[in-house]
Design a protein around this ligand. Structure first.
Ligand code: NI
Ligand code: MN
Length: 242
């Protein structure tokens, strides 16, 4: 079974066999991070939007390792200009890589690189990732049929079409923000679990900064009393199987 390791905030490492996917790798400057960006050697890096707590270390890791950055078109273009290999996609589109299928979902949020000036990087997204099973060589329709699927919401508010995401793909795991202020809070994320109809859920994007403080045990209690899903609360560095 694939494993999902939480690297703190919204950063995750998904591993299955030879494949390692890095999601929104905010490592440097993330006081919760259990790893150093220098130690990461992913197969691919998936980035939901241009904000610093998501784009994070994607560029240096991509330039050093050669890993491709998968991102919405405008953000991918920005990353390419910064010297990374990229695979641009857009919301509603899916592509089957050698290791599995990625589909981009909408996310209700913004997307820009904010430094001295603001560089607009298009629309933010979420990812539905189905790792190939049983063999990457058979990637395609058979990969979807036998694969394990995770929905990585990115930064988003609650939206009703999460129901459609859960209907289009059987979701074995959902990774959802619960910290409020910039994204869903606990109660909205519980509603998201109901819409997604996922087997398992893990909270993210809380506690890193005071403004997104939230109690993950309250989320777990509400999920497990109001839905059929199992909620796994991880410490940074901890993993779950799905
Ligand atoms: Ni953001
Ligand atoms: Mn964020």
């Amino acid at each position: 079974m694939p494993t999902a390791r939480w690297l703190g905030h919204a950063a995750w490492e998904i591993r299955d066999g030879d494949t390692t996917l890095l999601l929104d790798p905010f490592i440097t400057g993330n006081h919760e991070s259990p790893v150093s960006a220098d130690d990461l050697a992913p197969t691919a890096i998936l980035v939901t939007h241009g904000h610093g707590d998501h784009l994070g270390d994607a560029l240096p890791v991509a330039r050093r390792s050669g890993a491709v950055i998968i991102a919405p078109f405008e953000l991918a273009h920005y990353c390419q200009r910064q010297g990374a290999q990229v695979h641009p996609m857009h919301i509603g589109g899916a592509f089957t890589f050698a290791w599995g299928r990625v589909k981009l979902t909408q996310a209700l949020h913004g997307s820009a690189v904010t430094g001295e000036e603001i560089i607009y990087t298009g629309n933010p997204c979420g990812f539905v990732i189905t790792l190939s099973r049983p063999s990457p060589a058979e990637a395609g329709a058979s990969a979807r049929a036998g694969g394990r699927t995770v929905y990585f919401a990115g930064d988003t508010g609650l939206f009703g079409d999460m129901k459609l995401i859960g209907e289009r793909d059987k979701l074995h795991l959902a990774l959802l923000p619960i910290g409020g202020n910039f994204t869903m809070d606990i109660d909205d994320a519980v509603e998201a679990v109901k819409l997604l109809n996922c087997d398992q859920v893990a909270p993210m994007h809380y506690g890193t900064f005071p403004v997104i403080a939230a109690d993950p045990q309250e989320f777990k209690q509400k999920v497990e009393s109001q839905t059929q899903a199992q909620c796994v609360v991880l410490e940074p560095g901890g993993s779950l199987e799905y």
